[in-house]
Design a binder for this molecule. Structure first.
Ligand code: AMP
Length: 221
């Protein structure tokens, strides 16, 4: 199974990628998660990437292409992968095509997750994570029972990601339209995309995704 989950930030790619990776026993490759891990570890890559990420800008292509090249040639991606957050530019998409061709691999599908933009802003700018136990809340959709206190562990350390601040979310969306949306045209021209209505509940979106995957395996798009 080799899939790309595509769409604006906040459409739920990460949630679905996690579910699919478990179901198909393949690697969930989230470039955003990899970069956040590098920041946490204080590596030179993390220090460099943070400058871009905090402003809602894209990390340069050469850095990202090298990162994916390394992962795709590793043992962990041999059985297949769910790409979440890559490619984000046409240059990255072209580099990915070359890599796959070199490895005699083909993508199964590019799933394009669609959600209204204002909904995405609420999903992201409302997101809060407990710094103590990691439980994720949303001010609008899944608030804590007591304001500012984690339901799970009682901690008052509820954090907002720097890049989830509303102004930065809007910048991430501008960057998406400018640099990432053309990637969709790249895959549409190659008849590889299926649109997914990602405004529904998590199980309903998973059901639609599975239908799209099975349809594409039977040659139905
Ligand atoms: P995400 O968690 O996927 O929304 O990614 C968070 C941030 O990481 C993005 O806003 C970018 O700054 C950076 N990032 C993640 N993936 C890429 C990529 N493929 N190309 C460039 N920057 C990326």
């Amino acid at each position: 199974m080799k899939l790309i989950l595509f769409g604006t930030p906040g459409v739920g790619k990460g949630t679905q990628a996690h579910i699919l990776a478990e179901k198909y026993h393949v690697a969930h490759l989230s470039t955003g998660d990899m970069l956040r891990a590098a920041i946490k570890d204080g590596t030179p890559l993390g220090i460099e990437a943070k400058k871009y990420m905090d402003k809602g800008e894209l990390v340069p292509d050469d850095v990202m292409i090298r990162m994916i090249e390394e992962i795709l040639s590793s043992e962990s991606a041999k059985a297949g992968f769910i790409l979440d957050g890559f490619p984000r530019t046409v240059k990255q998409a072209e580099a990915l095509s070359e890599m796959l061709e070199r490895n005699h691999q083909t993508l199964d599908r590019v799933l394009n997750f669609c959600v209204e933009e204002e909904e995405v802003v609420k999903r992201l700018s409302g997101r809060l994570t407990c710094g103590s136990c990691g439980t994720i809340y949303n001010k609008f959709y899944k608030p804590t029972k007591v304001a500012g206190i984690c339901d799970n562990c009682g901690s008052s350390d509820l954090r907002q990601r720097v890049d989830d601040q509303e102004e930065t979310v809007r910048q991430r969306l501008r960057v998406y339209h400018q640099s990432t949306e053309p990637v969709l045209a790249y895959y549409r021209e190659r008849h590889m995309t299926t649109d997914i209505d990602a405004s529904k509940s998590v199980p309903d979106v998973t059901a639609e995704v599975l239908k799209a995957i099975n349809g594409s395996r039977n040659g139905v798009h």
